[in-house]
Design a protein around this ligand. Structure first.
Ligand code: HAM
Length: 449
């Protein structure tokens, strides 16, 4: 039964048995992104941003909450995302709403709502943000996770499919993960797929006895999902299953041949994977995923996935409009960067640490801090500490290039000490010249300029 917040008793929030109550906990499948991890996030975010600008995409930020119907109509009723994984609630007046499980449907909705069909086609859109799926929490599967994605709407050329795959492949090279495996397939049109599914169901029926319980349950409900099962018993049956590629119509076949032809021309290595079907209903023709290049890692740990969705805009009430796109899982990319010990550039070390001893120095230091910040000098401090030793240890730990030291003597003399943290060399300068002296040291002109 759904309770209104005002009906929840205080005891339900603060559990009895412990005077102070149980420590507040994270929800299952949710994570804090801690300060120590932020450099990874910044690195991925900045690289993604340089990609969208470099490849001529425009950023769009659809809302996190959408009508449930948006995803039910597009991602598909029989899919796990819709059947089991939506975070939903009934909103007074707006009906069933959900935390978005993905953003392609939102981008397509925005394309229709804002009349983007009247802009020069194709329209190239980029997004970055949190998505929500109530999956069984396990390694690589979170209930709140982050995706960034690239969508190209309004063009049907196979070169665009190849370009999207190239963007994804180049992204992994750029962040230092070149050893990835690009899996591609074509699932054709909904019509040719119907024919194929009929054959597939007939095949699985003849092998029913060899299939485990879970797969048997899917034979009529969602036979395509049996195809990408990780269960060795199912994989054995799949070996002789009919392959979707043999059921493509001529147009889809030609489209796919051209896509892989472009990939060859671009020297992008890929694996033709007849079992790759993807879990969302809106796909047509090209589908692909990029997996980490480690034997046991497969679709379960896909770093990105995407494909063509020529029927999506129409599913949402727009004019027939083709589209193709990809979305990357940020958490999974960061896990790979960590596991493969990729060196991440860090630019968060302060240039200067401002140390002070005594009340008078503290006041002067507060004012100086503000002056330094205003001229964009990255300065750190710990005004709560009085001991110089503690402050210099902190400066060291943070990796500051210089420490400024302001003690009682310096306050009396109108000076300040500048210490080069690497060499330990110190010099005394006029307090009023601190900013200009630091600027000279930090922003030295490059030789030859
Ligand atoms: P998707 O394959 O469902 O596709 O998700 C894309 C990526 O998001 C996955 O490859 C994975 O890296 C990450 N991901 C998905 N679920 C989770 C999870 N529970 N925890 C952590 N990471 C996860 C889509 O969402 C499509 N909208 C992609 C697309 C864009 N197709 C065309 N355009």
């Amino acid at each position: 039964m759904f309770k209104k917040p005002e009906d929840i008793e205080q005891e339900e929030i603060v559990k009895p048995g412990n005077k102070k109550g149980k420590a507040a906990q994270l929800l299952r499948g949710f994570k804090d992104i801690l300060p120590a991890d932020q450099h990874y996030w910044e690195f991925v975010r900045k690289t993604a941003e340089s990609f969208y600008k470099g490849y001529g995409f425009f950023r769009i930020d659809p809302p996190i909450l959408e009508e449930a119907n948006l995803f039910i109509r597009t991602v598909g009723k029989g899919t796990d995302i819709i059947e089991k994984e939506l975070f939903s609630f009934v909103d007074q007046g707006q009906g069933l709403v959900v935390l978005r499980p993905e953003a392609t449907a939102s981008v397509a909705r925005a394309y229709i709502n804002h009349g983007m069909m009247n802009m020069p086609q194709p329209v190239k859109l980029f997004y970055f943000g949190p998505m929500f799926r109530r999956e069984r929490p396990q390694s690589g599967r979170h209930r709140q996770f982050h995706q960034f994605g690239f969508e190209i709407i309004g063009d049907d050329s196979p070169v665009i499919d190849a370009q999207i795959i190239a963007v994804a492949s180049n992204f992994f090279r750029q962040v230092g993960l070149p050893d990835v495996s690009i899996q591609v397939n074509s699932i054709g049109t909904p019509e040719s797929r119907k024919e194929y599914i009929k054959e597939l169901v007939a095949y699985y029926r003849t092998k029913r006895k060899m299939l485990p319980e879970e797969a048997r349950g899917r034979i009529t409900k969602n036979p395509l999902r049996i195809l990408d099962s990780k269960d060795p018993a199912v994989q054995l049956v799949n070996k002789d299953a009919p392959q979707i590629i043999d059921y493509l119509d001529d147009k889809s076949k030609e489209h796919f041949m051209k896509v892989v032809g472009y990939l060859d021309e671009l020297h992008i290595e890929y694996v033709l994977n007849p079992y790759l079907v993807r879990g969302l209903d809106y796909y047509t023709d090209t589908v692909f995923e990029i997996w980490p290049q480690v034997e046991k890692e497969t679709a379960q740990s896909a770093l990105c996935g995407g494909g063509r969705y020529n029927g999506l805009i129409e599913m949402l009430g727009g004019r027939p409009t083709p589209g193709v796109g990809v979305a990357f899982g940020v958490e999974r990319i960061i896990t790979q960067l960590r596991n493969q010990e990729v060196a991440i550039p860090r630019d968060d070390a302060p240039q200067v640490f401002l140390a002070q001893i005594g009340d008078q120095a503290k006041i002067k230091a507060l004012l100086l801090f503000e002056q330094l910040r205003q001229v964009n000098i990255n300065v750190a401090e710990n005004f709560a500490k009085d001991s110089l030793k503690t402050q210099l240890e902190l400066a060291n730990k943070l990796g500051a290039q210089y420490a400024l030291i302001l003690g009682q003597k310096e306050v009396m003399d109108g000076t300040i000490l500048i210490r080069d943290m690497e060499s330990g060399v110190q010099e005394v300068i006029d307090f009023n010249k601190t900013v200009s002296a630091l600027k000279k040291k930090l922003f030295k002109p490059t030789a030859g300029v």
